[in-house]
Write a protein that binds this ligand. Structure first.
Ligand SMILES: Cc1cc2nc3c(=O)[nH]c(=O)nc-3n(C[C@H](O)[C@H](O)[C@H](O)COP(=O)(O)O)c2cc1C
Length: 235
């Protein structure tokens, strides 16, 4: 049964029949008419990112506009994606923090090429970055680690990220042990297996949804000399 709001009852799914399942094919949004022109763009992709990021955070008030999907591929080219939080950006690149023994970090050790995706759907926008990831320096990592809440600092020690564990109890026990060793107010050392990656962009695409699926796609491409050229892609 199709309802007016695009919600379809599906009896082939093992779900509570009283709970209608939204039909993704019926979800159709019209994107804004206001476009993105070459003449609107900042001189560098990071400058343009700063403008859109400000709008995402302050005008559109998106929930966690710094959440981005990081895609890596291992030495055999097998891809993997996950969400992480952007913690800093400037002309040198986009920084996130993670566990250096995690799957993503192992992928990046074998293959530093990475893609970042900012899915700002409520604004009909996305930003796609491709580039090369390098670890941040220890001083930079330590400075950021110090700004984290005490509990997050302990969490970075307690979790052997991406490894298989026997149970939740094991994780909670590991955290409790650390909390006893480093009570609130006690300085937590920076874990050696934890730190940042800075993604130096090679291309950055700004995607603005437009009417009739005729979207604007403007992509900055890095030149050898550090300059940027902009090209328009067909939607
Ligand atoms: C909104 C959100 C933010 C996240 N931020 C981070 C982050 O900043 N760093 C991180 O290591 N994992 C973060 N995660 C967890 C990752 O998505 C992922 O589960 C973890 O990094 C392990 O990924 P991997 O096994 O592919 O290395 C976040 C998850 C979500 C949903």
């Amino acid at each position: 049964m199709r309802q007016d709001d695009g919600v379809t009852d599906r009896d082939d799914l093992p779900l509570d029949p009283a709970e209608p399942v939204p039909d993704p094919a019926a979800m159709r949004k019209h994107y804004r008419a206001e476009g993105l022109a070459e003449t609107d763009l900042a001189a560098t992709p990071v400058g343009q990112f700063a403008r859109w990021f400000r709008q995402a955070a302050t005008e559109a008030r998106l929930f966690e506009p710094n959440a981005m999907v990081v895609s890596t591929a291992d030495a055999e080219g097998r891809p993997a994606s996950r969400t992480v939080l952007l913690k800093q950006f400037d002309e040198r690149g986009f920084v996130f923090y993670t566990n250096y023994d995690s799957r993503k970090a192992r992928d990046l050790a074998a293959n530093p090429y990475v893609s970042l995706l900012f899915p700002w759907h409520p604004m009909g926008r996305q930003v796609l970055v491709s580039g090369v990831a390098r670890r941040t320096g220890r001083d930079e990592t330590a400075a950021y680690f110090r700004t984290r809440p005490h509990g997050s600092q302990l969490g970075a020690w307690a979790s052997a990220q991406s490894s298989v564990i026997a149970s939740r109890t094991e994780l909670d026990a590991s955290y409790a042990e650390l909390a006893a060793r480093y009570p609130e107010g006690e300085r937590v050392p920076v874990p050696p297996h934890w730190g940042g990656f800075r993604v130096a962009p090679r291309t950055v695409e700004f995607w603005q949804g437009r009417e009739n699926r005729l979207h604007d796609r403007l992509r900055y491409v890095a030149g050898q000399d550090g300059s940027w050229r902009v090209e328009r892609l067909s939607p």
